[in-house]
Design a binder for this molecule. Structure first.
Ligand SMILES: CC(C)(COP(=O)(O)OP(=O)(O)OC[C@H]1O[C@@H](n2cnc3c(N)ncnc32)[C@H](O)[C@@H]1OP(=O)(O)O)[C@@H](O)C(=O)NCCC(=O)NCCS
Length: 372
């Protein structure tokens, strides 16, 4: 994982070269790295900004309250605070890279201090860090599909353009049936393991295989290993690894996990609602990101996610999917997932301009990604 940016205090970039913004920008906004002691204030600000945006009363029940969003600071490469000269926290943002694929969110500005260039200051520094320090070659975010404000903000401050719709998909997970007499199932070539259950020496090897799988099946340079490590090390949920054995038994000269379990054909980071600081609401298992080699491996991965949700007592399984990934979307629909939310992806380079093979938003890429 790349190191966090050095502690720095940068004068606002919000108004730089932008006379219209300068007229309304606060006298001075500093952008600096988020610290552990900022987490509680950042969390409160995120919740209040989204409550305000959604028109919810301060005491109305709200699912975002139950996630500690600032906990992303503990593993993502970028977390920033916008601060007034008197030390008041005005806004915050969290961002990271999955290999060469950058993303950010949540971004939030104190409702009483909006419309004054605070978000633009945070975004300017975030884009610089993602590109120049952390090597992001393309950046994608998920935002409100219907909000002119958000579309303009991301277009004008970051050069991100509207792309594909993205659905939050949800499937009800029935409780396990009482033990019943059943005919023994045919032997399956698939085995699902958890990253944390591998021998220490095999974990690094598994993460290298995840990186290779991402590059082969989705996008060269993509690496979701950071999310897999985070769910296990920070106890957000589980990192699932799906292996497929070849039809013929492996030769006696095979070595390590690969020889025992077969080829790694899918990997997923799934949050569990019961886990402290996870991003899943209570009772929900939420697949944040996953990649599979092909349709068969994706089907096996969906089954493994459902099995995990059931084993944790979750009633719902959620996962985000870009509609550009038609084959994966169709597979999820066929497996019983329903649409429970709609957002839009905005990206740079723009979706229509990405060279063939230079984006993971393609028809036959079997990938789940939820950028909430
Ligand atoms: C979205 C949010 C972060 C913006 O913060 P902010 O500090 O008010 O934004 P800024 O003042 O820096 O940027 C204003 C820009 O937004 C855009 N904008 C604002 N209001 C707009 C409107 N009514 N129509 C079109 N564009 C609008 C413009 O691009 C404007 O810049 P410009 O005037 O130079 O073009 C803030 O409103 C917020 O916290 N909302 C709730 C949480 C949220 O929605 N987070 C993002 C989820 S993806």
């Amino acid at each position: 994982m790349a190191s966090k940016p050095a502690e720095r205090v940068a004068p606002t970039a919000a108004a730089a070269g932008d006379a219209a913004s300068a007229a309304t920008a606060p006298a001075a906004v500093s952008v600096r790295s988020m610290r552990a002691e900022d987490e509680a204030a950042a969390q409160a600000l995120i919740v209040s900004a989204f409550r305000d945006r959604l028109g919810l009363a301060p005491d109305a029940p709200f699912w975002m309250v139950h996630t500690n969003w600032a906990a992303r600071r503990r593993y993502l490469q970028v977390s920033l605070i916008a601060e007034a000269p008197d030390g008041d926290i005005l806004g915050c943002i969290l961002a990271g890279v999955w290999g060469t694929a950058g993303f950010f969110g949540p971004l939030a500005v104190d409702p009483a201090r909006q419309g004054k260039g605070v978000a633009k200051a945070l975004l300017s520094e975030t884009m610089r860090l993602l590109r120049e320090v952390h090597g992001a070659e393309h950046i994608e975010i998920f935002t409100f599909a219907e909000s002119a404000q958000h579309h303009m903000l991301y277009l004008r401050s970051c050069g991100l353009r509207q792309g594909f719709l993205s659905y939050i998909m949800k499937k009800s997970v029935p409780a396990p049936l009482e033990q019943q007499e059943s005919t023994p199932a045919a032997p399956s070539p698939y085995t699902t393991l958890r990253l944390r259950d591998l021998r220490p020496a095999a974990r690094a090897d598994a993460l290298a295989r995840v990186r290779a799988l991402c590059g082969r099946a989705a996008l060269p340079g993509l690496d979701i290993g950071i999310e897999l490590s985070a769910v296990e090390h920070l106890n957000f949920g589980a990192a699932l690894l799906v292996y497929r054995r070849p039809e013929e038994p492996a030769g006696a000269d095979g070595v390590g996990e690969e020889a025992d379990e077969g080829e790694l054909v899918a990997a997923a980071a799934v949050h569990c609602g019961a886990a402290a600081d996870s991003e899943a609401p209570l009772g929900v298992a939420y697949c944040k990101i996953a990649v599979a080699a092909d349709a068969a491996a994706f089907g096996e991965l969906l089954a493994a996610l459902e099995g995990y949700a059931r084993s944790e007592g979750c009633q719902d399984l959620q996962a985000g999917i870009s509609l550009a990934r038609t084959s994966a979307y169709d597979a999820m629909s066929a497996a019983g997932f329903k649409i429970s939310g709609i957002g839009v992806l905005m990206s740079s380079p723009p979706p229509g301009e990405a060279a063939a093979g230079a984006t993971y938003n393609r028809r036959d890429v079997f990938m789940i990604s939820d950028m909430r």
